[in-house]
Write a protein of this length. Structure first.
Length: 414
């Protein structure tokens, strides 16, 4: 199964109108029809994209950043904006069960039916958790949203002004023909520094899978094709046989140029990790009271849900000794990390991760981030950087039936 993000979409009108029970709250539909701010449209023109072009989302929990990327005419994505996240809950690590307050990590697809103009949290859209791999791993829960109101119980929470702009950008891309928006959700930016510090985390094997997908995006600036087999992610791979997340991977093929670029980036990053470890960077376990938020919201704490839980995370130093047992990805649920002991060494993580890989046969060879506009004082937007190539929880919005994007008659507000 693949997550497709930029294939031509069926006409949105074909999805049909629908009715939701509940009382109508005046003004909700108008929120969903608000235009993209003129400054953002101007920025799109500046970076070589348009309102209707496909978009892609990258989110980072530790840094509390939410990135919007847009496709240019050459088919490559360019970074448009980074929004500081107002609130996320739980710990670093994937969501595993209903009610654990975890924000999911992985690759997800957001289609027209997942857009909710009638949210209790200003506006929202469902990220698509659980995906096929989550279900294969027995992960439960659902209705994980990106929404406003700066309140999170397992969701990606933004300010109302931020979600209004993000929703408008997504609506324009879907109405422009994008079938589904890919969302890449990471525990942190997949840098050598972060991976060195978190090398003993029980989730390191899973995070290395996510890094592989991240590398595919960063070396190509194209949306990676996502599939699942052998209870793991595979990226930009094809096979003659259908892929099943619960079955062993069949013989896979990849474009050799992309595979080489990804391998070279991975080797550079591994060398940097080894250098950092050699220089004395210690492994840590980072424990949150209940998630976090971007530092830019520190002076606006009264706007945040459960402000008493917004405290700096605790970094617990770990013993970097060989021979610690345990399998990668088999660690405790993230919500219990505060009392957990390290499950793997970096070498053990790599060995366990490699043991699940299937040989990928090479297919025959076939013939910016840029600086952002000034920060708004009340709604911060972060400056971006140039990317070089190749070098459920309770309280969440309820699912919604298919509808035309942006307008829905009658409202159940979640």
């Amino acid at each position: 199964m693949k997550i497709q993000g930029t294939a031509p979409a069926l006409g949105l009108a074909a999805l049909g109108a629908f009715g939701l029970s509940g009382c109508d709250q005046g003004g909700l539909a108008h929120r969903s029809l608000a235009p993209i701010p003129s400054e953002t449209v101007a920025l799109m023109d500046q970076v070589g994209t348009s309102k209707e072009a496909p978009m892609l989302i990258r989110a980072y929990k530790k840094e509390a950043e939410f990135e919007i990327w847009k496709m240019r005419s050459d088919g490559r994505y360019v970074h448009l904006k980074t929004y500081p996240m107002c609130r996320w809950s739980g710990q670093l690590g994937p969501k595993r069960q209903q009610g654990d307050r975890q924000v999911p990590e992985g690759f997800y697809a957001i289609g027209p039916a997942q857009m909710n103009p009638n949210s209790n949290y200003y506006l929202s859209f469902n990220v698509g958790y659980p995906n096929a791999l989550d279900r294969a791993l027995g992960h439960t829960g659902g209705d994980i949203m990106v929404h406003g109101a700066c309140s999170s119980a397992g969701c990606f929470s933004m300010t109302d002004k931020q979600i209004a702009e993000i929703y408008a950008i997504a609506r324009s891309s879907l109405n422009g023909g994008q079938r589904a928006i890919q969302m890449q959700s990471f525990p942190f930016k997949m840098t050598a520094e972060n991976l060195a510090k978190h090398r003993l985390d029980p989730n390191i094997g899973f995070w290395k899978q996510l890094k592989e997908g991240s590398d595919h995006f960063e070396v190509t600036l194209q949306e990676p094709q996502v599939a699942f087999c052998n209870r793991r992610y595979v990226f930009n791979a094809t096979s003659a046989a259908p892929l099943d997340p619960n079955a062993a991977c069949p013989a896979l093929k990849q474009d050799p140029e992309i595979a080489q670029a990804v391998a070279e980036k991975s080797a550079r990053d591994d060398a940097k990790i080894a250098e950092l470890v050699q220089s004395g960077v210690k492994p840590v376990r980072v424990v949150y009271q209940d998630g976090g938020q971007h530092p830019s919201f520190a002076s606006r704490i009264s706007e945040v849900s459960r402000p008493e839980t917004i405290v700096p995370p605790t970094e617990i130093a770990l013993d970097d000794k060989p021979g610690l047992g345990g399998g990668v990805g088999a660690g405790q649920p993230a919500a219990k990390l505060a009392g957990a002991s390290p499950a793997v060494t970096l070498a053990g993580a790599k060995a366990a991760d490699e043991s699940k890989r299937t040989h990928v046969a090479m297919a025959p060879t076939h013939g910016d981030r840029r600086e952002m506009s000034a920060l708004a004082a009340s709604e911060p937007v972060l400056a971006n950087k140039k990317i070089l190539r190749p070098k459920d929880a309770s309280g969440e919005d309820a699912p919604i039936p298919p509808a035309s994007i942006g307008i829905r008659k009658s409202t159940t507000v979640h």
